[in-house]
Design a protein. Structure first.
Length: 185
């Protein structure tokens, strides 16, 4: 009697889902002007952007993952809060977006922040109460509006607070608690 059997081999394979999330290390950001890192717990930890006359800013870069499907959405989610004691608005505006491609020139920008837009179209964040976490989503697209974003493209972006802007009514410090990348729909 001869026994035959089939063996099934499972190979690890990453398939892009309808939605994928990659957390970023905010402490790997470049900070400028009065922005600074704070450690600790709860409301203290993160990138701190104080109210005042300067324009605190951050810059961060990432590489688009290999499983990204051209044409899908790329978004940045920013978790934030403010220590202002009363309800107020803070600004967190796109500063720049740069896309580098291996073996090719950078994708040209129509303006400094082309390709980085707040999903709701507003540069303001509403803080209903002190130290309550909010989420702001920014959509990334090709800065020239034509070239498709692809796996392994290097995307660098910047955000800044404009406390001197009349839209920024928060007398407190804006704290960015975390940043994540969202791929897909």
């Amino acid at each position: 009697m001869i026994l035959l059997f089939a063996a099934t081999v499972f190979l690890p394979l990453k398939i892009a889902s309808a939605f994928d999330f990659i957390s970023q290390n905010i402490y790997g950001s470049f900070l400028d002007h009065d922005a600074y890192f704070a450690g600790g717990y709860g409301r203290y930890a993160g990138i701190r952007m104080p109210d005042g006359s300067s324009t605190p800013s951050l810059a961060l870069s990432f590489i688009v993952p290999e499983y990204f499907i051209p044409g899908e959405r790329i978004r940045i989610g920013v978790a934030w809060h403010t220590d202002a004691p009363t309800p107020c608005y803070a600004t967190l505006k796109p500063n720049f977006l740069s896309v580098a491609r291996f073996g090719k020139e950078h994708i040209p920008n129509a303006s400094a922040s082309s390709g980085l837009e707040p999903e709701d179209g507003l540069d303001t964040l509403y803080a209903a109460s002190e130290n309550t976490t909010g989420l702001k989503i920014y959509e990334i697209s090709s800065p020239d509006g034509v070239t498709s974003l692809k796996p392994f493209h290097v995307i660098s972006f910047g955000l800044f607070r404009a406390p001197e802007n009349p839209s920024d009514t928060c007398a407190g410090t804006l704290t960015i608690q975390g940043i994540g990348l969202l791929f897909g729909d």
